[in-house]
Design a protein around this ligand. Structure first.
Ligand code: G6P
Length: 351
């Protein structure tokens, strides 16, 4: 049941393990309605020509992956950090997508007061303040998340948002039927790939966590659609293990952050298609003594991820499962309470 461990060591472990099943339920309910924009009609969402995404924390990284999905269909989308909404420009014909696990994050609720656009709430709590105030609600349905650091809600947000993004693309006829079909197939494959990744990456993540737990600073890099997942992986490690992390597009390393690399510095490389350019960055950092932890597929992968081998517009969401295991195992090695990290709250109801 929801609030019992059912044999898991902690709620974070339990919830990491629940992701595949949650993703399955969501994909089964959403994927059949993507075609012809049917999902938009079911939700009561207008076929807007541009999208603003607003969120905080992990939800803001899910928002970035959703924005990337919209971008692949040529639909202008940008992510607003909720606490920084004052700088956002209002444009007519915008749909606002508010992404919040709890639906109670004060910064998100306040940001929505600033705009007049229709609001689609993507939330794990259909009774929340956000859900009650929104014009349309898409529930994540992944069950209560007890661990303070988001896990299963993150993957569910990416899936739910990607389904809406593809529906908008379909409604605007921005993708030909073949590509739309390919993306639907990739979406339907996520649950199995999340399950496979959790099985395969857990033990290697424990080994890396045990070996590198004492390292004070970690760098997370990716490219393109992988960047939001590098950011989320870095946030997870920060939250659970209290390690300093940098997360950035790999191409930016040479403009400063590479100065941080010393012999042994852990560099977590989140693979995204096309992988060749990342391999060049890995060699540059290895030459300076970095300890490269490749998260992806192929022989170099330290943390194996079941990736589809073709480019999904929302990016390598499967890699997050491996990164969650890495953060949790590192924290456990350090003796931290992974479910209740210091200084953090599950839902931040003050601005
Ligand atoms: C808190 C939690 C984070 C979460 C963020 C946004 O800071 O500790 O894990 O990502 O709030 O929460 P929300 O409920 O809006 O997704």
């Amino acid at each position: 049941s929801a609030a019992t461990l059912d044999g898991s060591a902690d709620f974070t472990a339990k919830e990491i393990g629940e992701q595949a099943a949650g993703a399955r339920t969501l994909v089964d309910s959403l994927a059949p309605s993507i075609h012809n924009g049917q999902l938009l009609r079911e939700l009561g969402v207008p076929a807007a020509s541009r999208v603003r995404l607003v969120a905080c924390g992990s939800s803001a990284y899910a928002a970035q992956a959703i924005a990337n999905t919209l971008a692949c269909a040529g639909i202008p989308a940008h992510t607003v950090t909720a606490s920084e909404h004052a700088l956002a420009v209002a444009e007519p014909g915008t749909l606002t997508m508010a992404i919040s696990q709890s639906g109670e994050t004060a910064d998100v609720l306040t940001a929505l007061e600033a705009w007049r656009d229709p609001v689609l709430a993507i939330t794990n709590n259909a009774q929340s303040t956000l859900a009650r105030g929104a014009d349309a609600v898409l529930g994540l349905g992944c069950g209560p998340e007890i661990g303070v650091a988001a896990t299963k809600s993150f993957t569910a947000q990416v899936i739910a948002g990607a389904a809406v993004a593809l529906s908008l693309a379909a409604a605007h006829q921005r993708l030909d039927a073949g590509r739309l079909g390919d993306f639907e197939r990739l979406l339907r494959g996520i649950p199995d790939r999340l399950a496979a990744t959790s099985r395969e990456a857990a033990a290697p993540a424990a080994a890396v966590g045990a070996e590198l737990a004492a390292e004070p600073g970690w760098i997370f890099v990716s490219r393109g659609t992988g960047v939001p997942f590098a950011l989320e992986g870095a946030l997870k490690l920060k939250e659970l293990s209290y390690r300093w992390t940098e997360a950035l597009p790999a191409g930016e390393l040479k403009h400063g952050p590479i100065a941080l690399i010393q012999p042994g510095t852990p560099v977590v490389l989140v693979q995204a298609e096309p992988v060749a350019r990342l391999a060049v960055n890995a060699r540059e950092m290895a030459a300076r003594g970095a300890r490269i932890i490749t998260v992806g597929r192929g022989e170099d992968a330290v943390l194996p991820v079941a990736l589809p081998g073709e480019q999904a517009p929302w990016g390598p969401v499967e890699s997050v499962v491996a990164l969650q295991h890495l953060a949790r195992e590192t924290a456990r090695h350090l003796g931290h309470d992974v479910d209740r990290p210091r200084n953090l709250a599950k839902s931040v109801t003050v601005e």
